[in-house]
Design a protein around this ligand. Structure first.
Ligand code: SER
Length: 331
């Protein structure tokens, strides 16, 4: 049998860096697309790479036609903060881009449908105020799906659309994960609301001062990128009969910004981390749940994260960043 192929969009972003090697480990060949030219380190792992926008449907049609991917990992997206500033762009990329790609993945009804993996977000939830947020605690997938921001609206619509199309013969088998804030040692996010956590840690590892853009008490769920990638790959490989729904919560830990600061200080006692909240971003954080209930992901497809907050720092981030920044300093 020939090697299964995965199309990865937005491959040069944070998730792509770890997803591509993880797919290769599973024996999956990768075709990758990104708006900017991919690094040599990514290109050399792929069967083919293309520099194009997710909105260039002719380029995508050609790639899909030539490679007939078994999987699509549609990572390309405009994140939450940027989506508030540029809602038209966010709609085009996050909604139109997703719909067009779903249609391009159509197969003949008798063929096995493409498995279409869609990273969604805790932004699909909208709690009306911090008191309700605190009372709600860990929200289930069916609760509070009334997003307060453009990005959350985009993601929720695509989740619903994907689930709907899955019931149409020939359309993709759509599977989605509502990711919490993701923290990677390799890269930094851009344009997100949960960026303060990774930014705080990377700044400390480089000996730079950092002003956190949310309140000390702001609490959100997070997970490390390796746990996030493990979740995405597990769900992609899961037997369709095991799935009780199309969009799942996952989480590694739920922490206040001040808890993350304290944990960082254990490893970098000299770190200078202050707080200078940005009201526009605080509004989104206040509306996102302080934690999510991931019981269904555990039960249906064996989701099992390795890292709580303290392991995230001690077992993954601190050792990986030591190597990364030593390499940068050493040229
Ligand atoms: N991390 C994303 C953001 O902050 C949310 O999923 O935009």
């Amino acid at each position: 049998m020939s090697q299964p192929i995965a199309l990865v969009t937005g491959a040069g972003g944070e998730m792509g860096h770890l997803l591509i090697p993880a797919l290769r480990e599973q024996g999956v060949g990768v075709i990758a697309l990104d708006l900017v030219e991919l690094d040599e380190s990514i290109r050399e792992q792929c069967v083919e790479t293309v520099t194009a926008s997710i909105l260039e449907t002719d380029v995508l049609a050609d790639l899909i036609g030539r490679h007939t991917p078994t999987y699509v990992f549609h990572l390309a997206a405009v994140l939450s903060r940027k989506a508030e500033i540029e809602p038209d762009l966010a709609h085009r990329v996050n909604v139109d881009g997703t719909y067009e790609l779903l249609k391009l993945c159509r197969r003949a009804p008798e063929q096995t449908p493409v498995r279409f993996m869609f990273p969604s977000s805790i932004a699909v939830y909208g709690l009306p105020n911090p008191t309700v947020k605190q009372e709600a605690g860990a929200v289930k997938e069916t609760e509070w799906t009334v997003p307060s921001g453009v990005y959350g609206c985009n993601k929720l619509y695509c989740e619903l659309l994907g689930a709907h199309l899955t019931r149409t013969p020939g359309m993709p088998d759509f599977r989605s994960i509502r990711f919490p804030g993701l923290i990677s040692a390799e890269t930094l996010p851009a344009g997100g609301t949960t960026d303060y956590a990774p930014e705080m840690i990377h700044a400390a590892a480089q000996g730079r001062s950092y002003k956190c853009f949310v309140l000390r008490d702001a609490k959100l769920p997070f997970m490390t990128m390796p746990d996030g990638i493990d979740a995405l790959v597990r769900l992609a490989l899961a037997d369709p009969g095991r799935l009780s729904r199309r969009a799942y919560n996952v989480r590694g830990f739920a922490s206040k910004a001040s808890d993350i600061r304290s944990e960082v200080l254990k490893h970098y006692p000299e770190a200078d981390i202050g707080f200078d909240p940005d009201p526009a971003r605080q509004v989104l954080v206040d509306s996102w749940p302080e934690d999510v209930d991931d019981t269904l992901a555990q039960k249906d497809w064996g989701f099992s994260p390795k890292h709580g907050l303290s392991q995230a720092l001690s077992d993954y981030l601190v050792p990986a960043m030591k190597k990364r920044y030593a390499a940068v300093a050493g040229g």
